[in-house]
Structure formats: structure tokens, C-alpha cells
Design a protein around this ligand. Structure first.
Ligand code: NCD
Ligand code: ZN
Ligand code: ZN
Length: 427
């Protein structure tokens, strides 16, 4: 397919290009990129991108697709469609499915299904231990041969430090990153919201910052000892910011991500009895939230990810203590980041492109995340001025569990182009 994108603001982090121009896409790659492109034959599709940002296709390092086994919540196809609508051209699926993705066959299942049916790239992350039981290593090498971009035990931490270190050594030897969910399992003790004044007021068991911080510290030390690239998932505490900053000062191979709900909401926003405010890690205090925002602004955090965690309506209608943790994020990440960080002048549009495309690509050693002639045509077009109200009924995702339903936002995904084909276009 031949697509001509006209007069957009091209934002390319790989060479810091920020200028108005045209992009011609043909045969799956970026054929031409300059101020004005004249085509001899009319392209099949012309997209008027006046006033829009053109970014390299967004990459979400942290998504739950629930496939296999939990497809009443989401599946590879609905999740990928939600990703396309949200502006993502690549999403990474976490392995906490049923069964857990801990061997090559299961990785192949997801990759094959996605290749056949998904409008965007889906990369399956492999589990660290068999069945995520934390006892015995998964077939990490087999999964690496099958093409996993990373390993992760997301949903929990591997509490046996010796086993985790072995896994990190294997990851280091094969040059793939480890995505770390940081949560001291023994300290959670039934907590379901942040431990603070609000949890007392609600009479709910709390989760303290140390639950996260202790494992962040441990995992940074393991990265130091093994040389593995450590990517810290869904950071939520002010001390995680300080620890990542220190690790970076020491030039350790450590990166970190923040999700929109953690850089926008605090425990004060939690509505009693509404499990759409229940996620892991929990919404923290204003002090934590402000530290995360500053960490994003100062580039201590490399990545904005969604931790898209769909659950059924029935599951999320349970009580705060009974409902599962997690909220959806694929179709709200761009408008929320635009509204809360870019329009408020906290991030430049270029920083947004870095944190949602270029840096995630670098972390998984992908050649995507850039707008260069000859590179694969994964492109996201965003109308920064378009205002609308988030309506979960319009989501492609099976999951409607979001605390942002009804929220006014400014910034909308206009089109998502993946491998030179239109994966999503707003009509
Ligand atoms: N974040 C969540 O609240 N839930 C995730 C698990 C996880 O990301 O740890 C899920 O799988 O539902
Ligand atoms: Zn997690
Ligand atoms: Zn997760």
C-alpha cells in the first residue's frame, strides 16, 4: 500500500528531528520524508496531518492480553485492536496467562495467532519460573530461541533471590532485558490500596511503599552483579525514583517505566467501593505522584507504559478486597499523557515520542521506534488539539475497567500505521 502523510509535525527522536513535512510510505517502509513530496501516481491513501504530531509507532512494553486461558477478559486480537486504536504498533504481552507462558510452544502460540490476526506487532514476554511458582526456572533459553524480547515474572516477584539471580545471568548472557515487577510477597499481607491516611479512612488493608522499594533495591543489586539489563515495571514510589537515579549515576543497566494512572492519580482519588481504583502497585500519595512526574520530566524514567490489565465487569464489581488488581490502559495512554504531561508543559512532544516509542525500542533492541527513510513504516499520528470525553463503551478492548471513564482529555490518536498498512484510522 502507498500512503502519503501530508504536512504533519514530524517528531523523530533518533536524530531529534522536529519539523513540518510529508512522509511517503510504500511496501512497508518509509520511502521518502521531506518538506513537500510530489507523487507521480496518486497514492492509495492521503492523510492530511496538518496540525498533527507524527511519531514513530508507539511501543507498549507492558500489556496483559490474557491469552491463552483467560480470554473472557481479553484475547490477542481484541488486545491488539485496542493497541492499534490507542496508537501502538508494538505491544509486549506479559506471561501471566493460563497456563503461564513458560516454554517455547506457548510463545509460538501467541506469536502465530498475532501474525495471522492482529493489526499490530505482538511480542510475547517469557516467564522467569515454571508456572510462575518461583521455584524452578522456566525454559528461558528455549523461549529466547522462539523470539521472546524479554523475561518477566510480572504479577509477582520471584522471592527466591538465588533463582532470580540465575535467571538474570541467563538474560545477561543472551542480551535480553529482565522486566521486574517489584513487590515483596511476604509484606503484602492482604493489602489492596496504598497504606496511608486514606486506607485508614476506608478501613482497608494497606500496601506500604517498602513492599515495592525493597525489591527495587534488591533487583538493582542483582543487575549490578549479573550485568543484566533491568527494566523496572510500573514504578509508583518516590524512593524508586531516587534509586533509579542513583543506579543511572553508577551507569548500571537500569531503566524504569511509569504508567499514566500513577503519574495522574493519588490515593485521595480512590472512590470507596469502586475497584476501578484498585491496581498493583496501588495509587500512592501526592508526594509519590509528584516525584514520578518530576522523574519523567528529568528523564530518570525512560518509558511510559500502560500495564493494560483487563478484567471482566463482574470481577471488577466485587468489593475492594475481593476484586482483582488492574485497569485497562491501551486506549487511554495517549490522551492522558497528552493532557497531563504534554499540554501542561511537563514533557515536550519529543520526550513523549522518546518515552512511548524510541526508548522502549532501544530496551528490547528493536530497530523500530524511529522515523527514517528505509525504516519499517510504523507510524502514529496524533491530533494534539482534539478534545473529547473518554468513554469505555467505545473501547476495542474487552476490558472496560478504567477509573478514567468520563474524563475530559485533549489529544487523540488519528491514525496508526503498522508495517505500511493502516492498522487504525479515526473516521
Ligand atoms: N497491575 C495489575 O494490577 N495487575 C496485573 C498484574 C501486574 O501487572 O502486576 C494483572 O495481570 O492484572
Ligand atoms: Zn506487575
Ligand atoms: Zn502488569
Amino acid at each position: 500500500m502507498k500512503i502519503l502523510i501530508k504536512k504533519g509535525r514530524i517528531l523523530n527522536p533518533s536524530d531529534q528531528t522536529d519539523k513540518i513535512g510529508d512522509i511517503l510510505v510504500e511496501d512497508g517502509v518509509i520511502k521518502e520524508m521531506k518538506e513537500e513530496i510530489e507523487c507521480k501516481e496518486t497514492p492509495e491513501k492521503i492523510i492530511d496531518a496538518k496540525g498533527c504530531y507524527i511519531m514513530p509507532g508507539l511501543i507498549d512494553l507492558h500489556v496483559h492480553l490474557r491469552d491463552p486461558g483467560l480470554t473472557y477478559k481479553e484475547d490477542v486480537v481484541t488486545g491488539a485492536k485496542a493497541g492499534a486504536k490507542g496508537g501502538f504498533t508494538t505491544i509486549l504481552a506479559m506471561p501471566n496467562t493460563k497456563p503461564v507462558i513458560d516454554c517455547a510452544d506457548r510463545v509460538n502460540y501467541v506469536h502465530n495467532k498475532a501474525k495471522e490476526l492482529a493489526p499490530i506487532h505482538v511480542l510475547q514476554v517469557g516467564a522467569v519460573t515454571k508456572q510462575q511458582k518461583g521455584e524452578e526456572l522456566a525454559d528461558i533459553e528455549g523461549m529466547i530461541k522462539a523470539g521472546i524480547p524479554a523475561i518477566s515474572e510480572d504479577g509477582k516477584s520471584v522471592m527466591n533471590t538465588r533463582i532470580y539471580k540465575e535467571a538474570m545471568q541467563i538474560a545477561a548472557d543472551h542480551n535480553i532485558p529482565v522486566f521486574a515487577h517489584c513487590e515483596d510477597q511476604n509484606m503484602v499481607n492482604g493489602g489492596c490500596v496504598n497504606e496511608d491516611e486514606k486506607s485508614k479512612e476506608l478501613g482497608l488493608p494497606g500496601i506500604s511503599n517498602a513492599v515495592e522499594d525493597i525489591i527495587v533495591a534488591r533487583d538493582i543489586m542483582l543487575a549490578k552483579e549479573t550485568g543484566a539489563s533491568l527494566h523496572l515495571c510500573h514504578c509508583s514510589t518516590k524512593d524508586s525514583v531516587r534509586m533509579i537515579e542513583l543506579a543511572k549515576e553508577e551507569k548500571l543497566p537500569v531503566t524504569g517505566e511509569v504508567c499514566p494512572h500513577h503519574f495522574i492519580l493519588t490515593s485521595d482519588d480512590v472512590v470507596a467501593g469502586d475497584a476501578n481504583y484498585k491496581m498493583n502497585p496501588p495509587l500512592r500519595t501526592k508526594e509519590d505522584r509528584d516525584a514520578l512526574v518530576k522523574g519523567l520530566k528529568d528523564d530518570i524514567f525512560d518509558v511510559i507504559s500502560t500495564d493494560h490489565a483487563p478484567h471482566s465487569r463482574e470481577e471488577k464489581q466485587r468489593s475492594m478486597t475481593e476484586a482483582p488488581f488492574g485497569i485497562v490502559g491501551l486506549e487511554t495512554a495517549v490522551p492522558l499523557t497528552m493532557t497531563e504531561l504534554v499540554h501542561k508543559g511537563i514533557l515536550t512532544p519529543m520526550q513523549m515520542a522518546e518515552k512511548m516509542s524510541y526508548n522502549p525500542a532501544k530496551i528490547i533492541h528493536s530497530d523500530r521506534g524511529r522515523l527514517e527513510v528505509g525504516s519499517p513504516a510504523d507510524i502514529t499520528i496524533i491530533d494534539p488539539e482534539k478534545e473529547y470525553v473518554i468513554d469505555s463503551k467505545t473501547f476495542e478492548s474487552k476490558g472496560k475497567n478504567t477509573p478514567f471513564n468520563g474524563r475530559k482529555v485533549k489529544g487523540m490518536v488519528k491514525a496508526t500505521i503498522c508495517d505500511g498498512e493502516i492498522a487504525y484510522i479515526e473516521e
